[in-house]
Design a protein around this ligand. Structure first.
Ligand SMILES: Cc1cc2nc3c(=O)[nH]c(=O)nc-3n(C[C@H](O)[C@H](O)[C@H](O)COP(=O)(O)OP(=O)(O)OC[C@H]3O[C@@H](n4cnc5c(N)ncnc54)[C@H](O)[C@@H]3O)c2cc1C
Length: 408
């Protein structure tokens, strides 16, 4: 394969994620060895590309998916996969940034996305350890108890199921010692690699083609079609292309307001005793925040310690120290658990200024679309992206498209 690529190249993750990425139920892929044509070419077979491919084939579009890695081996394999409607930017802050009406719609759409994913997983009978959860948002240096109470009131006023817990409620519900928290219904967790494979398999069953390794090198966007060339020199033609390339930005995709950083995570061994409460997702109103979840096989995954670091070698070198710091935090919060690390990994991460993703048509490239699901709930954003993009590909208009659109 030649090295030319339409996207930058990153070492998206190092270390060993808990998801058994290399061995669990590989999906069959084929090399691209001839020119190909479809309604839509999806570049990237992570969770974003898989959701788009599933949704597009469900609407009867013919789809080609290509990835220069194995499907699901990019950032998706590093994801801790807490599925939350709670956007990194609290509703009280987002309302100040973009206005109450727009902020409420973004939050409500995020809530609906997690519920829609639950329905999709059930309808397609995907075996991916999808588990409905409640979520605890602990007070921290970003929102203290007073602001958290205000955040809870604002959320409830627009119909979101978040309720305020004082310190004794929190201790009773989950055994955690913190001044306050918000408890929210409607979250979930999942095995992101199994979810991605399940979605891709459904798309393949509907006639989609999945080429890997196949790297997109060039794109010529015309008013009636998009012509593409892979690094191996094969030509592709489609009515539209969707860049679902995660944190490896494609040329022509505006990166305004987005920044890449580094994040670290580890998983414990399966716990012998009760974890906390009912195993709610836990995260903090803090910067940087700690986030915690359990897995179907009773492990605890802990992540956070994010830093504005873009050097992947330095990021990996920090892994032992970061795991040590995360262990210290979780031992402080949950002193009774076994915090021994069984898996540990580091990854590139992306955030946006307002905590919202960028989704939609690219301003300067006709018939080209992209999803940048940057933020702590990138998977929730990928669900929204698949809905908005496939509506656009079918000449419809999603009522929330404008909120997440790329700006010229
Ligand atoms: C440690 C960590 C923890 C996280 N935790 C959470 C969480 O708890 N909850 C949550 O919702 N989100 C979380 N996220 C974010 C979430 O994982 C990401 O938003 C999501 O995985 C991105 O998926 P993607 O499909 O967009 O990107 P990827 O999975 O990276 O897929 C993009 C694919 O595009 C391919 N590609 C790139 N360029 C080309 C090219 N030129 N030609 C062909 N293929 C190409 C790549 O090979 C890659 O496979 C976390 C992320 C990390 C790193």
């Amino acid at each position: 394969m030649s090295t030319s690529s339409i996207t930058e190249r990153r070492d998206l993750r190092t270390g060993t994620p808990v998801w058994n990425v290399e061995t669990s139920g590989e999906i069959s892929v084929e090399p691209l060895i001839a020119p190909s044509k479809a309604d839509v070419v999806v570049v990237g077979a992570g969770i974003s590309g898989a959701l788009v491919a599933e949704a597009a084939t469900a609407r009867g579009l013919s789809v080609i998916v290509l990835d220069r890695r194995q499907p699901g081996h990019g950032s998706t394999a590093a994801s801790t996969a807490l599925l939350q409607f709670e956007i990194d930017t609290p509703l009280i802050e987002l309302a100040d940034m973009i206005g109450h009406a727009q902020a409420s719609r973004a939050w409500m759409r995020s809530f609906r996305a997690v519920q829609d994913l639950a329905i999709l997983v059930r309808r397609l009978n995907l075996h991916c350890d999808f588990r409905p959860r409640r979520a605890l948002y602990l007070s921290g240096n970003r929102l203290g108890p007073t602001e958290l109470a205000k955040e809870g009131r604002l959320r409830r006023a627009i119909g979101l199921p978040s309720s305020f817990l004082n310190s004794s409620d929190l201790r009773n519900i989950a055994g955690l010692i913190r001044p306050a928290a918000l408890l929210s219904e409607g979250a979930a967790d999942v095995n992101p690699v199994a979810l991605t494979r399940g979605l891709l398999l459904r798309a393949l069953n509907r006639g989609s083609r999945l080429y890997s390794p196949a790297q997109l090198a060039e794109v010529v966007a015309r008013s009636d079609k998009v012509e593409m060339v892979t690094s191996a020199g094969f030509e592709l033609e489609a009515k539209a292309v969707v860049f679902a390339t995660g944190y490896e930005l494609a040329a022509g995709v505006p990166a305004k307001g987005h920044r890449r950083s580094s994040t670290w995570a580890f998983s414990t061994r399966p716990q012998r005793q009760t974890t906390w409460g009912e195993g709610q997702l836990i995260w903090e109103a803090a910067d940087p925040y700690l986030y915690i979840r359990t897995t179907a096989d009773r492990r605890i995954i802990v992540g956070g310690e994010d830093e504005a670091l873009n050097d992947e070698t330095a990021r990996h070198a920090l892994l032992p120290a970061k795991v040590h710091a995360l262990q210290g935090k979780i031992r402080h919060l949950l002193p009774w658990i076994d915090a021994t690390a069984d898996f540990a990994w580091a990854g590139t991460f992306g955030e946006s200024e307002d905590g919202l993703p960028s989704i939609g048509r690219l301003p300067d490239l006709p018939n080209c679309y992209a999803v940048l699901g940057y933020g702590g709930n990138g998977i929730t954003f990928s669900v929204i992206a698949a809905q908005i993009l496939v509506e656009a590909l079918c000449d419809g208009n999603d009522p929330d498209a404008e909120i997440f659109a790329f700006r010229a």
